[in-house]
Design a binder for this molecule. Sequence first.
Ligand SMILES: Cc1cc2nc3c(=O)[nH]c(=O)nc-3n(C[C@H](O)[C@H](O)[C@H](O)COP(=O)(O)OP(=O)(O)OC[C@H]3O[C@@H](n4cnc5c(N)ncnc54)[C@H](O)[C@@H]3O)c2cc1C
Length: 290
Amino acid sequence: MWATMTQCTDRCKRQISFPETIDELFRLQQQHPDAHLMAGGTDLLVALRHGPQDTRATICLERIDELRRIDELDDGSVSIGAIATFSTIARNALLQERYPLLTQAAATVGGPAIRTMASIGGNIVTASPAADSLPALYLLDAQLELRSAAGSRTVAIAEFILGPRRTMLQPGEIVSRIILPPFTGWSIQRFEKVGRRKSLAIAVASLAAALQLAADGTVAAARFAWGSVGPTVLRCAEAEQALIGKPLSEETLNAAALLTQQAVQPIDDIRATADYRLSVAGNLLLRLAA
Ligand SMILES: Cc1cc2nc3c(=O)[nH]c(=O)nc-3n(C[C@H](O)[C@H](O)[C@H](O)COP(=O)(O)OP(=O)(O)OC[C@H]3O[C@@H](n4cnc5c(N)ncnc54)[C@H](O)[C@@H]3O)c2cc1C
């Protein structure tokens, strides 16, 4: 039964397993219900290194090919396997064509070495307010497929994230894939991020923006989602509405920026003050000026 599965131990005598199928993974989880799941390890290994000694088993997802696939579905949606890395996502031609917002966000995560390891599923489950994939996934109305030995369920990303580093994932459940509904007609799709430096920077504030323009160049529809300015991703319907029927000018974007600043509840932390975040959240919108 375990013929395809490799097991070893690390320096901390932690048992590490490498299942190659989802069924093997669930069997292992039943044997070790408190085991850590690991995709790229860029969050988990940092947490283990800085936390108290922890000898729980680790189950690695990296050899489960089914969790890596990026496919177009019959209804025009696109499915992204949870262990797809940000470097794969940033380079994927289908995603670049359909969801440039997401590929731009993927290309800003960490540096090249981090992007080669870091998975989109790990980014979602860590649920950091500064996670770069989340504004795009909220804006795109991403659905998450959650699987366990008992079956599967699908939830919207906005329901899945309960707060900073809190999700509705239950013990024995994994995020298996992310499903992006069709997203046509959004001719402008942009991800903007401000960090403390250009590379390897965690966002001080970020913005995912998508716009549909009418034939006369005015805004027909707008969607915005900000990251890193509150406990979870912020949507601001007032700012979106304020642009409808207006040209994409500095003046109209300024008006939308003011509405955004009223909705944002940023925090002070080591990366930036709340006041700085407030002004950056508004200013990011001005980058969309035609
Ligand atoms: C130097 C550095 C720079 C970084 N820069 C950025 C940045 O700019 N932007 C950004 O957003 N993030 C950044 N990160 C954070 C990190 O790289 C991301 O959050 C990454 O996407 C996590 O994915 P992973 O595969 O490494 O997850 P892991 O570390 O393997 O797992 C993270 C958590 O998710 C769980 N998990 C993983 N996959 C699944 C799954 N499929 N189902 C259920 N649970 C799962 C794990 O059990 C663990 O609790 C940075 C990290 C480092 C170390």
